[in-house]
Every structure is written in C-alpha cells, then in structure tokens.
Design a protein around this ligand. Structure first.
Ligand code: FAD
Ligand code: FES
Ligand code: MG
Length: 312
C-alpha cells in the first residue's frame, strides 16, 4: 500500500482505529423492500454522528469477504444508526441480503466521500433511478430543509420495483413517477420528465441524478443544452475508499479523479461515462465466478466448483 503523504496515512490510521474500537457492527433491522432490494439498519453511532447526505460506507461481511461501498441512505444520530438500501446483484450483496437482525458485520467504515453540496438555490430537480432512489432521498430532504422547491422524479423498471414513493413524497413539492413498462406513472424514462419540465420553461437551478450510469449519462444529455448544472454520484469500483488504491479512478473534464475522495459527486456534463462503464465491467468474469462458487457452497452442490472425480 502506497501512502500519498502523512495526512493520508493519518486518515487511514484513524479509520482503522475507529473500526477497532467499535467492531463488530450489529444489524438492527433487515427488510426486503421490493424484490432484490433490501434495507439494513446498522448500529454505528460514531459514523451516524458524522454522516452527511451524499456520503457512503465501505463494509466487509467477514474475514474472507471483499470490501463493498454502499451509500448512506439515512442516519439517525440519536439512535446511532446508519441505514443502507442495496440491491442483490452479485456475491457480496446476495450474501449481505441473507443476513438478518442480530447478525454482525466485521468491518463498517465511514462516513467516506464528500458530503453533497446542499444550499438554497431555488428549484432543484432530484432524479433517482432504481436503487438510486435511496441515495437521492437524504439529499431531497436536505434541499427541502434548506428552503428549495424540490421536484423529484423517481423511476423503476416496473411498479413492483419502485422504492420509497411515500418517503420521497414527504420531502418533495412535486413528485413524478416513471416506469419502463408503464405499470405506474409515466410510461417511459425519468429523462422524459426532466426534458418536459425544461421545455415547458420551468426555472431549474440544479439537477441531481443518481442511478445506473446509463441513466445519469442520459440526464446529463438532456440538461446540457439547457445549461442547467447537473450533479451525478459516481459508483465506480472501490476498494479502500480513501484515495490510495486507484481502483475508483474516473475522468472528469479530462482530469483523472478518484471518486472516493474527490467525489463521489461530480459535474455530469464533464464526466466520461464511457470510461466509467468500461471500468465497471472490467472484472465481470471474476465476479460471475465468485457468485457461482458462493451459490454452490450455499446450496451444498458439488457441480461447478467440486466436479465429481472420474471413476475408471
Ligand atoms: P459483483 O458481481 O461483484 O459486482 C456486480 C457489479 O457491481 C460489477 O460488475 C461492478 O460494476 C460493481 N462492483 C463490483 N464490486 C464493486 C466494488 N467494490 N465497488 C463498486 N462497485 C462494484 N449499490 C447499492 O445497491 N446501493 C447503494 O447504496 C450503493 N451505493 C454505492 C455507493 C458508491 C460510492 C459506489 C461506488 C457503489 C455503490 N453501490 C451501491 C454499488 C455496489 O457497491 C455494488 O453493487 C456492489 O459492490 C456489488 O457487489 P457484489 O459482490 O454483490 O456484485
Ligand atoms: Fe481506492 Fe478510491 S477506492 S482510490
Ligand atoms: Mg463482488
């Protein structure tokens, strides 16, 4: 591990120290909100004390587990809890989804990344796609509390996969829903609504979009001609989360940035989304293999990883 200066070493040492003092981290609540998307509350008072909208944690389930980043979807300073919403997409998130209240996580580090820039701007459009609705929620609440008019647009593939409609409604002046298959709200994409609002002359001072990279790129494409500042939260692959490994590097305005320490939020109009998507797909064969192995071990099957010995 190469440290970039004393400050970075001290930062890492402090994170390690805090982890040692508070581990392990108890799961207080676990709930499947919609198919494949889960909510988890973790007892982490030191992190809850400092957490801000826009920040994330990096967790590890056990000694042999990998580190994965998840956004802080909510926090309760009084109760000392952090809420995460995650989608089971591969080995680690599926393993995480199999845990229940009372179980523990070995590592839980944060808050990481820069807080979102929340200020009184006027009118702010918050766009959340899929599981991206969860990280959008604390920002929508904070923009509302700062005196903004909040217009929220949340979308999913289908009505049964739509997250937190009630919570988003509570913190929004206007709420639009879109589904790809038309089972709820507007039949189409979140970008259709952003475009319609801008074309109708709605004065918009900021757009914040969080969701799959392809959605964030599309929102950036819609807002660029209207010259509306647009912020996206980049979900590049992360390992240490403290600016040391370089795994999360992204290109923003032709400059290399580390999403974990320089972001995760960036100006959408400057992000190289093609590079982001290529880098996100870099380890797919290994990820697939790890998931197959996990499923085999969990189901006690011997087919893939332990093929039966040949009998002569
Ligand atoms: P795998 O099969 O290993 O990976 C599936 C895909 O996830 C990969 O192809 C890759 O594109 C991505 N991925 C894999 N490993 C990592 C990694 N270490 N870091 C980042 N991406 C990875 N997901 C949520 O559901 N909810 C959230 O709130 C959330 N917040 C995030 C915040 C940040 C700052 C970042 C960077 C990512 C966030 N993600 C979130 C994505 C989440 O980290 C990945 O879905 C998860 O790591 C996949 O792990 P896996 O082993 O289950 O799947
Ligand atoms: Fe290692 Fe960002 S995750 S530098
Ligand atoms: Mg993985």
């Amino acid at each position: 591990m190469v440290f970039r200066g004393l400050n970075q070493y001290l930062f890492y040492a402090r994170l390690h120290y805090e982890r040692e003092k508070t581990m392990p981290f108890k799961i207080l609540k676990k709930q499947e909100l919609v198919p494949t998307i889960h909510l988890m509350d973790i007892a982490a008072p030191r992190i809850a004390k400092k957490a801000q909208p826009g920040q994330f944690v990096i967790l590890r389930i056990n000694e042999t587990g990998e580190r994965i980043p998840l956004t802080i979807a909510d926090f309760d300073r009084k109760k000392g809890t952090i809420t995460m919403i995650f989608q089971a997409v591969g080995k680690t998130t599926t393993q995480l989804s199999s845990l229940k209240a009372g179980d523990e996580l070995l590592d839980f580090t944060g808050p990481l990344g820069n807080p979102a820039h929340i200020e009184n701007l006027g009118t702010v459009i918050l766009v959340g796609g899929g599981v991206g609705v969860a990280p959008v929620f604390p920002q929508a609440r904070a923009f509302k509390e700062s005196g903004n008019k909040v217009i929220s647009i949340i979308g999913s593939r289908s009505a049964n996969l739509l997250l937190w409609e009630d919570r988003m409604r509570e913190v929004s002046d206007e709420l639009y829903i879109t589904t790809d298959d038309g089972t709820k709200g507007h039949h189409g994409f979140v970008t259709d609504i952003v475009k319609k609002l801008l074309e109708n002359g709605t004065k918009v001072d900021r757009v914040v979009a969080i969701g799959p990279p392809v959605m964030m790129r599309a929102v950036a494409g819609v807002t660029r001609p209207f010259n509306v500042k647009t912020i996206v939260s980049l979900n590049s692959i992360m390992v240490d989360g403290t600016g040391m490994c370089g795994a999360c590097r992204v290109l923003v305005g032709n400059e290399t940035k580390f999403a974990c320490v320089d972001g995760p939020e960036f100006d959408a109009h400057l992000v190289d989304f093609t590079l982001l998507m290529n880098r996100l797909a870099m380890y797919q064969p290994e990820e697939k293999q790890a998931f197959e192995k996990y499923k085999c071990e969990r189901e006690g099957c011997t087919c893939l990883m332990n093929p039966p010995k040949k009998v002569d």
